[in-house]
Ligand binder design. Structure first.
Ligand SMILES: Cc1cc2nc3c(=O)[nH]c(=O)nc-3n(C[C@H](O)[C@H](O)[C@H](O)COP(=O)(O)O)c2cc1C
Length: 305
C-alpha cells in the first residue's frame, strides 16, 4: 500500500509535509545533495531584505536548556545579490522555493514582493513580520499588532500574485486575532511560530550572554506552546498552517499535524543533525503504515478529543 505524503499550501504542491525553517539551513553548493537526501517538501530561505544587512554584534547564538537563543538579526546580502548569487543554485533543487522577506517599513515589504513577483524560480513568499532581532518603524513587531499585520500582508498581496504565507510571532496575547488579520489581508497560509523573546546572563561577567542583550528562543523548550498556538489558530482560521517550534522527531511532527498543521518546518533540529528532516519524513511514513493510513491528510487536525 503506497503512502501519500503530498500536501498543498496555496498553489504549491509539496511532495512531503516537511520543510526547513527560515534561517536554519544552508543552501551553498555543498548543501545540494543534503537537501535532496532530506526529502523536503520545500525550502524556505533565510529572510532577505531590500538592502544588505550586517546583523547584530556577537555572540549571536548560545545553547540553553532544551533550546537555543539567537540574535542573528537578519544578516543577509540583500535582494539583488540573493537573486544573482543564491537563486541559481536553489532552482536546481526541483522543490518549491519559498523566499522569506522582511523590512523595516510596511512599504519595504511591498517593494520586495514586487521585485520578486516575476521571478519564476520562486514559488511563494513567506512574510516575516515576527523577527525579534530587528528594528522597524513600528514600536513593536509587526506581528504583535492587528493593524500592522493587516497592513504588511495587504501591501504584499497588492504587489504579487505568488502564494503568500504570513509568519507570526508567539510573543502576543491573542494569536488568533493576529492570524485573522493576516487572513483578512489575503494570506493564503500561516507559519506558526517564530522564536520567543528570551535572554541568558553570564553571572561572573554580569553581562548578557548575547551581544544584543536579548534574542529569540527556539527548540524543544518552546514546542508545547507552539503546538498550543497551532491548535488555537487551526480551530479559528481556515488556512493551511506550517507548524514549527521544537520539531526534532517524527513524534513531534505528528503532534503538529494532529493539532491542525498541514506541514511542519524544522529549525533548531537542523543544528543537531542536518539529516534530521529525512528521519522525520521516514518516521511519519512508518507511523502511517503502522496505523493503516494511506495519506498524511487523514491525520491533519484529527484529535480524538
Ligand atoms: C539561528 C536561527 C536563525 C533564524 N533566522 C530566521 C530568519 O531569518 N527568518 C525567520 O523567519 N525565522 C528565523 N528563525 C526562526 C525559525 O525559522 C523558527 O521559526 C524558530 O526557530 C522555531 O522553530 P525551531 O524551534 O524548530 O527552531 C531563525 C531561528 C534560528 C534558530
Amino acid at each position: 500500500m503506497g503512502i501519500d505524503l503530498a500536501v498543498e499550501i496555496g498553489n504549491l504542491k509539496l511532495k512531503t509535509p516537511v520543510l526547513v525553517a527560515s534561517g536554519t539551513f544552508g543552501y551553498e553548493d555543498d548543501y545540494v545533495e543534503l537537501i535532496k537526501e532530506n526529502r523536503l517538501g520545500a525550502l524556505v530561505t533565510k529572510t532577505i531584505t531590500l538592502k544588505p544587512c550586517q546583523g547584530n554584534s556577537p555572540p549571536r547564538v548560545i545553547e540553553t536548556p532544551s533550546g537555543m537563543l539567537n540574535s542573528i538579526g537578519l544578516q543577509n546580502e540583500g535582494v539583488e545579490i540573493f537573486l544573482e548569487k543564491k537563486l541559481p543554485l536553489l532552482s536546481q533543487l526541483q522543490i518549491p522555493i519559498i523566499v522569506s522577506i522582511a523590512g523595516e517599513r510596511i512599504e519595504d515589504y511591498g517593494l520586495l514582493a514586487k521585485r520578486l513577483d516575476k521571478v519564476k524560480e520562486i514559488s511563494a513568499l513567506e512574510i516575516n513580520i515576527s523577527c525579534p532581532n530587528i528594528e522597524s518603524e513600528a514600536e513593536c513587531l509587526f506581528a504583535q499588532d492587528f493593524y500592522l499585520t493587516y497592513g504588511v500582508v495587504k501591501a504584499v498581496r497588492e504587489s504579487t500574485d505568488k502564494t503568500i504565507i504570513a509568519k507570526l510571532s508567539p510573543n502576543v496575547t491573542d494569536i488568533v486575532s493576529i492570524a485573522q488579520a493576516a487572513f483578512d489581508a489575503g494570506a493564503e497560509a500561516l507559519s506558526l511560530v517564530n522564536t520567543f523573546f528570551g535572554m541568558a546572563i553570564d553571572i561572573e561577567k554580569r553581562k548578557s550572554k548575547l551581544g544584543s542583550i536579548y534574542g529569540g528562543l527556539s527548540g524543544p523548550a518552546i514546542k508545547p506552546i507552539a503546538l498550543y498556538m497551532v491548535y488555537k489558530v487551526a480551530q479559528a482560521v481556515k488556512l493551511p498552517l506550517i507548524g514549527m517550534g521544537g520539531v526534532v522527531s517524527s513524534q513531534d511532527a505528528l503532534e503538529f499535524f494532529m493539532a491542525g498543521a498541514t506541514c511542519v518546518a524544522i529549525g533548531t533540529g537542523n543544528f543537531i543533525n542536518p539529516r534530521i528532516a529525512r528521519e522525520v519524513v521516514k518516521g511519519i511514513e512508518e507511523y502511517l503504515k503502522k496505523n493503516k493510513l494511506t495519506s498524511i491528510k487523514e491525520l491533519i487536525g484529527r484529535l480524538g478529543n
